[in-house]
Design a protein around this ligand. Structure first.
Ligand SMILES: Nc1ncnc2c1ncn2[C@@H]1O[C@H](COP(=O)(O)OP(=O)(O)OP(=O)(O)O)[C@@H](O)[C@H]1O
Length: 282
C-alpha cells in the first residue's frame, strides 16, 4: 500500500516536499527455507517538516524500515531516497558521509560517552566530522531542550530524562534533514518520556525538523502528525492526527480484536499506564 504521508499531514504545504521516500522496498534476511521477509515491497513517503510515527506488532518490520530508510542497512530490492538523493546503490563511504551530514539518530539507549560532558556529547558527531557547529542553531537547540545549566555535567550526573534530552540535542545539533528516533522513550518513566516527546514535537513545530519515530506506545504515537501501521512487513494502514485511544483501537484490530493478546508493548487495558497518562508515582 502506498502511503502518501505528505498528502495526509494536516496543513502540509505541497512545496515542503518529501524528506525521504521508498518504492517497492523489500528486505529479506537469510536464504532458502529460512528466509524472513522483513519488508515486503513497501512504498512510503515521509513528509518534510512533520512528525511521523511507525507502529506495529513485534517483528512487523519497524526497525528494518527505519534502518533501510536511514541507510543503516542494505535493501534486497527497491529504492530509497533521502530528499532527491537515491541512497540505494551508494558506496559505503558515501553512505557513511550522507548519514553523518544529513541524518540525526536517537536510540532507546542514549549512547552517550560517559567521559564527555553534555555539550561535548552534543557536538561529538560534528567534531568527528570536522564540522563547526552553527552556534546560533546550537544555542536554540540547547535552550529549547532546557539544557543550558547542564552543559558541563557528565551523563552519570544527569537523570534519564536529561540524558535523553542530550541525545535529542545531539541528533538535532547538525540540523539534519531527517531525525530517526527508535523507541526514544523506551527507557524512561512516563514523565521523562512525555518530556522527550514534547521536545521532538517542538523540534518539528518550532525548529522545522522532520522526525520519524518507531514506537510501541499508542500514547507516544499520539504526539505525531501521522501514524504508519506495519504488519508482516507491509504498511497496512495510516492515521492522521492520531489520539492514543484511536491508535490503541487500530492496533487491536490488527491483533485480531479484543479477545486476542495485544502486540508486545501495547497495553490491552485502556486504563493501563501510558505516556499520555502519567501515573501518580511519577
Ligand atoms: N539481522 C537479522 N537476521 C535475521 N532476521 C532478522 C534480522 N533482523 C530482523 N529480522 C527479522 O525481520 C523481521 C522484522 O524485524 P524488525 O526488527 O524490523 O521488527 P520490529 O517491528 O522492529 O520488531 P520489534 O518491535 O520487536 O523491535 C522479524 O521477523 C525479525 O526476526
Amino acid at each position: 500500500m502506498s502511503t502518501p504521508a505528505a498528502e495526509h499531514a494536516p496543513g502540509q504545504a505541497e512545496a515542503d516536499g518529501t524528506a525521504a521516500r521508498a518504492r517497492a522496498l523489500t528486505k529479506a534476511y537469510g536464504s532458502g527455507e529460512t528466509t524472513v521477509l522483513a519488508l515486503d515491497s513497501v512504498d512510503v513517503d515521509i513528509a518534510r517538516g512533520r512528525f511521523t510515527a511507525v507502529m506495529g506488532p513485534s517483528g512487523s518490520g519497524k526497525s528494518t524500515l527505519m534502518h533501510c530508510l536511514a541507510g543503516l542497512d542494505t535493501v534486497s530490492a527497491g529504492q530509497v531516497w533521502l530528499g532527491d538523493t537515491e541512497i540505494t546503490g551508494l558506496k559505503d563511504r558515501d553512505l557513511t558521509q550522507l548519514r553523518r551530514d544529513r541524518i540525526g539518530f536517537m536510540f532507546q539507549s542514549f549512547n552517550l560517552i560517559p567521559t564527555l560532558n553534555a555539550v561535548e556529547n552534543i557536538t561529538l558527531p560534528m567534531d568527528i566530522a570536522g564540522q563547526k557547529p552553527d552556534q546560533k542553531w546550537l544555542d536554540q537547540v540547547i535552550d529549547t531542550l532546557g539544557l543550558r545549566d547542564r552543559l558541563k555535567h557528565r551523563p552519570a550526573q544527569l537523570s534519564g530524562g536529561q540524558q535523553q534530552r542530550v541525545a535529542c540535542a545531539r541528533a538535532l545539533a547538525s540540523r539534519p534533514e531527517l531525525i530517526f528516533a527508535d523507541e526514544p522513550t523506551g527507557n524512561l518513566d512516563s514523565r521523562a518520556g512525555l518530556e522527550v516527546l514534547g521536545f521532538l514535537r517542538e523540534a518539528v513545530d518550532d525548529l522545522g525538523q522532520t522526525v520519524v519515530m518507531v514506537t510501541h506506545d499508542p500514547g507516544a504515537a499520539a504526539h505525531s502528525d501521522l501514524v504508519l501501521f506495519l504488519a508482516d512487513g507491509r504498511i497496512v494502514d495510516e492515521m492522521a492526527q492520531p489520539t492514543a485511544e484511536a491508535v490503541l483501537e487500530r492496533m487491536r484490530l490488527f491483533s485480531g480484536g479484543p479477545t486476542q493478546a495485544s502486540p508486545p508493548g501495547i497495553p490491552h487495558d485502556p486504563e493501563a499506564p501510558s505516556l499520555t497518562k502519567p501515573t501518580d508515582e511519577d
